[in-house]
Design a binder for this molecule. Structure first.
Ligand SMILES: CC(C)(COP(=O)(O)OP(=O)(O)OC[C@H]1O[C@@H](n2cnc3c(N)ncnc32)[C@H](O)[C@@H]1OP(=O)(O)O)[C@@H](O)C(=O)NCCC(=O)NCCS
Length: 80
């Protein structure tokens, strides 16, 4: 599992994009073809980030974030 977080002081400067690019580069060596992830429906910032980086919605999971009042998640996918 990967948790992607940028220190609030350094957001919107391209750091998460660089981190994600690093992860994507690694996956090339193990022949990954698709990446799936969940993002909270309430996390607009993360959703925008993933969308900008080629992910799109393929489904949703109801009540996925149990510790956050059962917020639903979008399931996103990106092909490589
Ligand atoms: C989501 C997160 C990792 C983005 O990190 P970041 O380093 O600020 O991201 P980047 O600077 O690489 O942003 C790349 C793009 O994402 C989108 N984006 C980033 N922050 C955004 C915001 N506040 N509002 C809207 N879009 C945003 C933009 O499209 C941005 O491109 P632009 O700068 O050309 O507009 C960061 O906001 C974060 O740590 N959030 C809390 C943890 C979290 O929610 N992680 C994801 C869990 S699934």
């Amino acid at each position: 599992m990967i948790l992607l977080v940028t220190d609030p002081l350094y957001r919107k400067k391209g750091f998460a994009t660089k981190l994600l690019q690093g992860v994507l580069l690694t996956t090339e060596f193990i022949k990954v073809r698709k990446i799936f992830l969940e993002v909270s429906k309430q996390n607009r910032t993360a959703f925008e980030f993933y969308q900008k980086n080629g992910f799109f919605i393929i489904g949703q999971r109801k009540n996925y974030y149990v510790s956050q009042n059962n917020v639903d998640a979008f399931v996103l996918m990106r092909t490589l």
